[in-house]
Design a protein around this ligand. Structure first.
Ligand code: HEM
Length: 429
C-alpha cells in the first residue's frame, strides 16, 4: 500500500490537499495563497538545509540562553518544570533565531503570540472539521477572529523586519530565513501582493506552525523517554560529556554527526511515538477516483493514509515494539567515522538508519517527494536541546514514563508532564 501511495501523481492523490483539509488551512492561515502557493517550502528544502552547518552555532547559543530562562540557573535547589510549557518556548526561540534573527527571537511578546497563533490554528482547524463544508465558510469567519488578532500582534514585529529587508539592494543577512524569502521572491513568481511585508510575515507564521508544535512534542517525548531510565540517561550523558570535551563550546554538523547515541535515541523516540499515528495522508482529487492495490475503488474526495502507528509497532520489524530501546538504531563510529552499515548488533537493532533517514518502515517524516523538508533542521534543534539538558542540568529519574494522550489521530505527550531539574554546579559545555 505504501509503495502504491508513493507512486501516485499529485494530480490523482494529493498530499497538499490532504494537509489543507486536515486543518482547513485556506481558512485558518487567513490567506489561502499561503497554503496554495507554498513558496516558503523550497526555501526550507534548499536554503535552510544547505546553511545548517553555519546555523548550528546560533541554535546552540539560543537554546542555552532560552533554557536558562525557563529552567533557571539555581544549582542549589531542585525545581519542578512543566515540560510542554518550557520546551515550547525553547523551541520557538531556537526556530525564530533562524527565521527572523536574534533580536526578535528574544522578544517575549512576539514569541508568546507566535506560540498562541500555532495553538489557535490547530484548535480552530480541528474544530472546523466538525461542520459540513457549506457551514465551514460561515463558522470560519467567527472562529478565525482570535487567529486574526494574534496574527496582527505578531505582524507588528514581523512587518518592520520585512520592510527593512525588502528595501535593501542586496541582503546584509546571508544566514537568515526571512532574508532568503525576500531574495527568492523572483524565482517563485510571486504576485505583487505576495511580495509585501505582510504576506512575507504570514509565511513566517506558516513556518512557525510547521516547526513549533512538531518539534516541541518530539523533544518532550524524547526527554520523557530518556529520563524514565537510568541506563538511557547515563548512556547519553557519557556521549555528551565526551563530545563536549572534544568540541568545547563549538557546535557544528560534524559534532552532531559524531553523537550516534543521541541520534539513535531520537529515532527510537520518533518510532515509538511519532507525532501523528496516521501517515502519508493523500486526498483523491482525480474525478475518476482511485483504485487501491486491493482492487477497491474509492471516489474523488476521499482521503487515504497508512497506519504509521501500526507499522512502527510491528513486532516483525521492531522487536519489543513498545519499549524505548535507546540503541536500537546505533551506528558505530571509529575515529569519528561511521563504520560500514549492515553490521548486526543486539537482537533489537532494526537498522542503523539516522534520525533524518526515510525508509518504508519509518514514516515519521512521510516518504517520497512530500517527505518533511524541515526534518534536518528539526532533528538538529531537538538534539541540541537534549545535549544542553544533559550537560547543564541534573534531572531526577521519573518513577514511570507519563502516558501519552490520543487526540483524534494524534498521540501527544501529556500537557501536565513535569521534570524535576537542578542546574549542574559545574557546567561542562
Ligand atoms: C519533529 C518535527 C517535525 C515532524 C515530525 C514533521 C513531520 C512532517 C510530516 C509527517 C510531513 C508530511 C509528509 C507527507 O505527507 O509525506 C511534513 C511536511 C512538511 N514539513 Fe515537517 N515535520 C517537523 C518539523 C518541520 C519543520 C521544523 C519545518 C520547517 C522548518 C517543517 C516543514 C514542513 C513542510 C514545509 C512540509 C510540507 C512538505 C510538502 O508537502 O512537500 N517541518 N512534516
Amino acid at each position: 500500500m505504501l509503495s502504491w501511495l508513493i507512486s501516485q501523481p499529485e494530480a490523482c492523490l494529493s498530499a497538499k490537499w490532504a494537509q489543507m483539509d486536515a486543518l482547513n488551512i485556506p481558512t485558518t492561515f487567513l490567506r489561502p495563497e499561503i497554503g496554495l502557493n507554498p513558496a516558503h517550502e523550497p526555501v526550507v528544502r534548499r536554503d535552510l538545509t544547505a546553511h545548517l552547518d553555519r546555523l548550528e552555532a546560533d541554535i546552540w547559543e539560543e537554546v542555552g540562553m532560552a533554557l536558562e530562562v525557563v529552567w533557571g540557573k539555581d544549582s542549589q535547589s531542585w525545581r519542578e518544570v512543566n515540560l510542554d510549557h518550557t520546551i515550547r518556548r525553547v523551541v520557538a526561540r531556537a526556530a525564530n533565531r533562524v527565521f527572523v534573527g536574534d533580536k526578535l527571537c528574544r522578544n517575549d511578546d512576539y514569541i508568546e503570540n507566535s506560540i498562541r497563533y500555532v495553538t489557535q490554528v490547530s484548535a480552530v482547524g480541528l474544530l472546523m472539521n466538525l461542520f459540513p463544508s457549506w457551514v465551514k465558510r460561515f463558522v470560519g469567519v467567527i472562529f478565525t477572529t482570535p487567529i486574526r488578532i494574534t496574527y496582527s500582534r505578531c505582524s507588528k514585529h514581523l512587518i518592520p523586519v520585512f520592510s527593512e529587508l525588502t528595501s535593501m539592494e542586496s541582503s546584509a543577512y546571508p544566514c537568515l530565513f526571512s532574508s532568503w524569502l525576500v531574495t527568492n521572491a523572483d524565482k517563485f513568481s510571486l504576485s505583487s501582493p505576495e511580495r509585501t511585508p505582510d504576506y512575507l510575515s504570514r509565511r513566517i507564521m506558516a513556518l512557525n506552525f510547521a516547526a513549533i508544535h512538531t518539534s516541541t512534542m518530539t523533544t518532550c517525548n524524547l526527554l520523557l523517554d530518556v529520563f524514565s531510565s537510568v541506563s538511557s540517561k547515563s548512556f547519553l550523558y557519557e556521549e555528551s560529556l565526551d563530545s563536549s570535551s572534544r568540541w568545547d563550546k563549538i557546535c557544528n554538523r560534524t559534532r552532531l554527526n559524531q553523537m550516534p547515541r543521541l541520534d539513535s535515541a531520537l529515532r527510537e523516540s520518533l518510532r515509538l511515538w511519532g507525532v501523528v499515528a496516521k501517515a502519508m495522508s493523500r486526498k483523491i482529487i482525480h474525478p475518476d477516483g482511485a483504485i487501491l492495490p486491493t482492487g477497491q475503488h474509492l471516489p474523488q474526495g476521499v482521503t487515504v493514509c497508512i497506519s504509521g502507528w501500526g507499522l512502527h509497532h510491528d513486532e516483525a520489524i521492531y522487536p519489543q515494539p513498545f519499549e524505548f530501546v535507546h540503541d536500537r538504531f546505533m551506528r558505530t563510529l571509529i575515529d569519528g567515522q561511521e563504520k560500514a552499515k549492515g553490521e548486526k548488533g543486539a537482537s533489537t537493532r532494526s537498522s542503523t538508519a539516522t534520525a533524518v533517514e526515510i525508509d518504508e518502515r519509518f514514516v515519521t517524516w512521510g516518504v517520497g517527494k512530500h517527505a518533511c523538508p524541515g526534518r534536518f533542521f528539526a532533528v538538529d534543534v531537538v538534539k541540541i536541546i537534549l545535549a544542553h539538558v544533559l550537560l547543564e542540568y541534573e534531572v531526577e529519574i521519573l518513577d514511570r514514563r507519563a502516558e501519552n494522550m490520543w487526540i483524534e489521530y494524534n498521540v501527544i505527550p501529556p500537557h501536565d508532564a513535569t521534570l524535576r531539574v537542578k542546574r549542574r554546579g559545574v557546567v561542562s559545555l
